[in-house]
Design a protein around this ligand. Structure first.
Ligand code: BG6
Length: 469
């Protein structure tokens, strides 16, 4: 029988995670096309501008200028002893319109340099193919994932980057938080509802197209990079029943299943039996083409990556609502809450790791976990973010407990090790970083980087492979 780990195993992957669109800026540099993130003035929770307005400020256009400053930033990550760094390739740097016949060489070269730099510094790149970055042209011209042509465009893009980076990148993720197609289809898949459309039908049909694309991508990946691993990525912050009332308990399971269903398809290779009932009750009739089910069954992912930020509770009859942090219902009186209403629950991470491992029995990777807070500089310009240290310490302890429970965990990439643009709200004020960036919500500031107290603490945690807590 396999022994459970009492400590973090050797080779555990420690580091941080960002997304191209929230960090790079340079939104039209070197032939890049527009991607959907460029049209959200206040993040994906809020309005999307189909046409950019010259009067408005769009935070992703410059973001934190990681595009030009990545060497300096990665050097700081190396100082924190990272052995893995997660980012995305912005699809629109490689195929500016999404349907171009040839890839954009300047975009490919940028990521060559970026991955070379990571490798030089001892970090494995962990790369997301699509992190809320659908090319705008695909949305305007094809209706995004409504159209099955997107499957070919996406797979062509994936094959292009697999071929190009096969000797540099061994860990890949397909769609960031694909289950956010249910909560925020605009950000997750460039799906903006048109008059006369049924939202549920739209969500499940477009998700189905993404599942087919996922299967074809996994197939190509295993052929091109046989020594690598590719994962599904879901938003899996958890939700508890608000009370022990059986109606609360059962409906909470139904809510959770609406997320897990995405994992079921990509990990088990088939829609779960309860999917039919969901579609029936939501009035959705998902069209499958011949061969779709066989493809999905044949090409499943190697691991499950997920984000975990918080938990919430659900009461019977409450509308299903969520944001970038996960499902959100009634506040839990036992938990502390951030200024953004996110409730801090480290035990919930252990609960979630066990839940997922019980269900799937494949390696898990915590690729997002972090604390978005308001950071204040003291009179010396220092940020003593003990609250962030507490957050990480308690969550890492929970992972250690899950290892003892027998869960296989590959790694931990803290979300936003450097302050970046919030995906949900477009703010800079919601800071996650161990590294402070001098920039505010309106784009003022010098972009100077500075270490917060958590910087040395996290460096020390990794130095001891997490076994000093
Ligand atoms: C996840 C996303 O939903 O949560 C990230 O994958 C995002 O892109 C993160 O930044 C935190 O959410 P927010 O809204 O605080 O940036």
């Amino acid at each position: 029988m396999r022994q459970n780990h009492h400590e973090f195993p050797e080779g555990f992957l420690w580091g941080g995670a960002i997304a191209a669109n929230q960090a790079e800026g340079a939104y039209l540099a070197d032939g890049k096309g527009l991607d959907i993130s460029n049209g959200f003035p206040h993040g994906i929770k809020h309005d999307y501008d189909r046409e950019l307005s010259p009067e408005k400020f769009y935070p992703t256009h410059e973001a934190i200028d990681f595009y030009h400053r990545y060497k300096e930033d990665l050097a700081m990550m190396a100082e924190m002893n990272f052995n893995v760094f997660r980012t995305s390739i912005n699809w629109s740097r490689i195929f500016p319109n999404g349907d171009d016949a040839e890839p954009n060489e300047a975009g490919l070269r940028y990521y060559d340099d970026l991955f070379d730099e990571m490798l030089k510094l001892g970090m494995q790149p962990l790369v997301t193919l699509s992190h809320y970055e659908t090319p705008v042209h695909l949305v305007k011209e094809y209706g995004s994932w409504r159209n099955r042509k997107l499957i070919d465009f996406f797979v062509n893009y994936a094959i292009t980057v697999f071929e190009r980076y096969k000797n540099k990148v061994k860990y890949w993720l397909t769609f960031n938080e694909i289950n956010n197609m249910r909560r925020m289809p605009g950000g997750a898949g460039g799906i903006f509802i048109e008059e006369g459309e049924d939202l549920q039908q739209l969500i499940y049909q477009t998700s189905h197209h993404m599942f087919v694309a996922n299967a074809l991508t996994v197939k190509a990946f295993h052929e091109i990079i046989p020594d690598g691993q590719i994962g599904a990525m879901l938003s899996l912050s958890n939700v508890y029943p608000h009370t022990c009332r059986p109606e609360d308990v059962f409906e909470t399971m139904e809510l959770r299943r609406r997320s897990l269903m995405f994992g079921d398809v990509m990990i088990r290779g088939a829609y779960p039996s309860y999917a039919n009932r969901i579609w029936e009750e939501e009035g959705a009739a998902v069209i499958f083409e011949e061969g779709d089910e066989a493809l999905i069954a044949a090409h499943t992912v190697d691991f499950l990556a997920f984000s975990y930020y918080r938990t919430s509770t659900h009461e019977y009859g409450q509308p299903f609502y969520g944001d970038t942090g996960g499902d959100q219902g009634t506040p839990n009186p036992y938990l502390e809450t951030t200024p953004w209403g996110w409730q801090i629950d480290p035990i919930g991470l252990r609960y979630t790791l066990n839940e997922l491992y019980d269900r799937y029995q494949i390696p898990l990777f915590v690729v997002e976990n972090g604390l978005g807070q308001i950071d204040e500089l003291d009179e010396n310009g220092f940020i003593n973010d003990t609250y962030r240290i507490d957050y990480v310490r308690e969550h890492v302890k929970s992972i250690k407990e899950a290892l003892r429970d027998g869960v296989e965990v590959m790694g931990y990439t803290y979300w936003g090790p450097i302050d970046i643009i919030s995906a949900g709200t477009g703010e800079m004020k919601k800071r996650y970083g161990f590294i402070y960036v001098d920039r505010d919500n309106d784009g003022n500031g010098t972009m100077e980087r500075r270490k917060k107290a958590s910087f040395d603490w996290y460096a020390n945690l990794i130095k001891h492979n997490g076994n000093n807590i």
